[in-house]
Design a protein around this ligand. Structure first.
Ligand code: ACO
Length: 310
């Protein structure tokens, strides 16, 4: 039995922070942000909206699209590095708020690769028939760990949530191949410091990303014996348009076949891939039988990719 996506959904806060707004916060400018990153604006959650709230809204949308209720779920996985609290987990909060049964629920910490780790974890439980329907959420309230005085990082991030219900699909469909990896020796390049702020060596992370994203994208295709030309749609982690382009160019696909939500939302860490996925589905960019590649990288350092037959 193969595991695929039965429904997707997302939520982004209403409050928009444009590059012009950023110019009033730090010494930066719209042109620099746009050309170096591709970002034009980002969404910031208000003080009374925490990570679990955004996870809840996205999860409801995914369940609706899957024509399911929370009672149909056998497990809840939430990828986040910005939980409301280290414990209880966001997954447990979500289980209670959705009204799901007393099913297994846990958070996954793999930074921007978190949703990839979540999907691959769900796939294992489904294919071994241990569980049937698993809710996987990627959610971040990065604004609460952003150092708003550091122009090197604060212009990059935004808040939001994306979700998918993963469950059994017919043979040959769903998540066909995957690659997950980690290199703990690179932890110092991207981490949360003692003041709870995100710290990053941008140049080192950039170098890692432009090597790893294209490589992992190709690996999941080659595992299947497919060629790059077989890829119909690419959803890279929305960290920087130049990094995303490196994966797109390696696969040799046209710009309209790559999800590009970074303009509107910035980098949402583990939420970026599921938000882009949900929007692509909603906008009809992914069609029945399409071969979709999703690929991410992030703090850890971590990386992950899946190839999925829609
Ligand atoms: N506005 C204006 N100037 C800026 C800004 C800003 N917001 N930020 C940095 N600069 C300056 C720097 O100070 C530097 O000036 P200097 O040469 O006088 O020192 C100059 O711009 C160039 O800096 P670079 O680091 O060379 O800029 P680069 O082209 O590498 O872009 C960036 C920086 C966008 C951060 C890039 O390195 C990048 O995208 N790295 C990867 C980031 C990433 O993907 N992180 C993932 C984190 S997600 C997670 O796991 C939570």
């Amino acid at each position: 039995m193969d595991a695929g996506l039965l429904g997707t959904g997302h939520y982004v806060p209403e409050n928009v922070l444009t590059n012009q707004d950023m110019e009033k916060i730090v010494d930066t400018n719209d042109e620099w942000i746009r050309t170096r990153t591709g970002i034009e604006e980002r969404r910031i959650a208000s003080d009374d909206v925490d990570t679990s709230d955004m996870a809840f809204f996205a999860a409801q949308n995914a369940l609706n699209e899957a024509n399911m209720t929370a009672e149909d779920l056998d497990m809840i996985l939430v990828a986040t590095v910005t939980p409301d609290t280290p414990f209880p987990s966001v997954a447990c909060m979500l289980q209670d708020r959705l009204g799901a049964g007393k099913v297994a629920a846990m958070d996954i910490s793999a930074a921007c690769s978190g949703f990839m780790y979540g999907m691959v974890t769900a796939k294992q439980f489904i294919e071994t028939k241990a569980y049937k329907n698993i809710l996987v959420v990627g959610v971040e309230k990065l604004s609460k760990i952003t150092d708003w005085s550091d122009r090197n990082t604060c212009v990059l991030f935004g808040d939001g949530a994306g979700a998918a219900v993963v469950g059994p699909v017919s043979e040959g469909k769903g998540i066909l191949s995957f690659e997950l990896g980690a290199d703990g020796s690179g932890g110092k390049e991207l981490y949360q410091d003692k003041n709870n702020h995100l710290q990053m060596n941008g140049r080192e992370v950039f170098k890692f990303a432009v090597r790893q994203m294209p490589e992992s994208s190709v690996n999941v295709i080659e595992q299947l014996g497919y060629n790059k030309e077989d890829v119909d749609y690419l959803i890279p982690h929305q960290a920087n348009i130049r990094i995303m382009e490196s994966a797109r160019e390696r696969l040799g696909i046209s710009k309209d076949k790559m999800a590009d939500s970074i303009k509107k939302y910035g980098n949402n860490s583990s939420a970026s891939i599921p938000i882009a996925l949900s929007e692509a589905v909603r906008d009809g960019k992914i069609k029945d039988n399409d071969l979709v590649v999703m690929v991410g990288f992030g703090g850890g350092l971590t990386w992950g990719a899946v190839a999925l037959r829609w």
